[in-house]
Design a protein around this ligand. Sequence first.
Ligand code: MN
Ligand code: MN
Ligand code: MN
Length: 342
Amino acid sequence: MALLEYIWLDADGNPRSKTKVMNNPPESLIHHGNIKVSQLPSWNYDGSSTGQALGNDSEVILKPCAIFNDPFRGQKNTKLVLCDTYLPNDDPHPTNTRYHANKLFNKGLELSPLFGIEQEFFITKNGWPVGFPDNRVDCPAPQGSYYCGVGGESAIGRDCVEKAFMRSLEAGLALTGLNAEVAPSQWEIQVCAHGVNCADQVTVLRYILMRTAEEYECGISIEPKPVSGDWNGSGCHTNFSTAPMRNVGGYDVIMSAIQKLQDRHVEHMAAYGKDNDKRMTGLHETADYNTFSFGVANRGASIRIPRETEKNKRGYLEDRRPASNMDPYVVTSMIFETTCLQ
Ligand code: MN
Ligand code: MN
Ligand code: MN
C-alpha cells in the first residue's frame, strides 16, 4: 500500500490536498521509495468547492506532475504528489498556470533558466500576524530588532518555521536559506531550482509551511502588506539567470535583459501579485510601483544587480518587484519569456 497526498491549487492559488490510498504500488516504491509521475494515476475532485467548477459539472481532473517525499507521514511509501488541473475534455483548467509556464520553458531549455525565489511570509493567528496585539490598534516594538533577530522578543514563531524548514528539506526541496525578517513573525525561506521546477518547489514550500502551522493553530499569510503603516510588507524577490548570463560575456546579456524588463514594466507589475501596490511604496526596501529602476546593490530599485555580478561581469539579476502572493508559475515564465523569447 502507498499513501499519496495529491496537492493542487484552487481558484485563488491556495494549495489544497487529499489522500489517495494506492493498493499494489510499484515494487520500486515499496523497496526504495522510488516512483515516477508516469506510474501514478490521474484523479479528480469537486471543483465546485474550490471555485473552479459549477455543481452540475463539478469534476476537475488532477494529473500528477512532480513527486516529493512526504515529511508528515515520513515513510518510503508515502509521497507528496503535486498535480496540475484539467477540464474533463483534457484542456488545461483556466486556473492552471503551470501548463503555460511549462510550455514557455520548453521553448528554451538549452538556456537553462535558474531561479532563486525568496518567499517572505507572516505567521498569523485569527487572521492577524502573531506578535501584533489582537486589538489591531496597539503596536509591538518598532522594527529594528526583528531582522535575523535572536531571543523571544525578536524571533517570533521560530519553532514553527524551523520545523517547516526541516520538513521541506526532507521533502527534497532545494532550499538555500532561512531568516527572520524585518517585522514581528515575518520570515523568509529561499528556494533555488531550474525552469518550472522552481515554481513547483515554491508551491510545495507554501504547502509545507501551512501544514506545519496547523500544529500551532496558526496560518501563514503571504499577503503583500498585512499590516499597514510603518511595517515592511512581504515580497518574493526573484533572482534569475540563464547559461549565457552565467558565462563569459554575461554582463551584456544581463543588461539587455534589464532593458527588456523595463519595456514591459506595466505588464509585469499587473502579473506580480494582488495588492502589490500597497507594498511597493518606494519605502521599506521597495521601489515605486509605477517607476522602473535598476542599480548595482540598490535595494530600492526594481532590479538589483548584485555587486559580485558587476565585479565578475557575469552572474544573475534580482527582480525585487514580485509580491509574496505572486503566482510563481506566472512570474518565472514571464521573466523568461520577456528576457529570452522576445
Ligand atoms: Mn532575501
Ligand atoms: Mn527578505
Ligand atoms: Mn532579495
